[in-house]
Ligand binder design. Sequence first.
Ligand code: IMP
Ligand code: MG
Length: 193
Amino acid sequence: MYAAKGGRANYFKKKGVIKVAEKVRVLLTEKEVDDRIQAIGDQISRDYEGKQVHLVCVLKGGSFFMCELAKRITVPVSIDFMSVSSYGCETKSSGVVKIVKDLDEPVMGKDVIVVEDIVDSGRTLSYLLEMLKDRGPKSLRLCTLLDKPDRRVVKVNVDYTGFEIPDEFVVGYGLDYAQRYRNLPYIGVVEFE
Ligand code: IMP
Ligand code: MG
């Protein structure tokens, strides 16, 4: 694991002239994350007793969380995936959301839970939830592993939250920095030296 090895990954800018070292500091351990996912799974199983839940995963970040969550839900579950991209720089979303991959199945008449890795400014989710609402689901809820409430610029109603975290750039459990670190089994903060 990156953290166990001293938490260091070297990143060379073009032509190798400037060297920027990154460290990953553990914010939430694997056990803390797993225990919290179990608790959310239990809660969803109670809330949807006698129903089927349709989990909509927002790729790529939400995929690790959704798989772990789905395994812990005891009512019938179906899953679908969509991919959106927000135009912007690497650590900020711009508010302009593009659907890169749409859902395979209609959500009409289904009890839908959108599963996300993190709600930051709220722009992506606010757009996505409005779009899905127009497609006529029976119910529509939002479940996010992480929430950075201090960063919110658009109001988003979150129904299930794993952890509220401070305004720091995090990776792991599906979350990336420049497409890396998604595979970390814990949540860490990227620190630049
Ligand atoms: P929002 O539209 O600003 O809420 O941003 C949502 C998306 O930005 C998330 O689904 C993530 O893909 C990405 N994002 C926001 N904060 C972080 C972070 O701390 N680490 C990694 N990705 C993040
Ligand atoms: Mg995401």
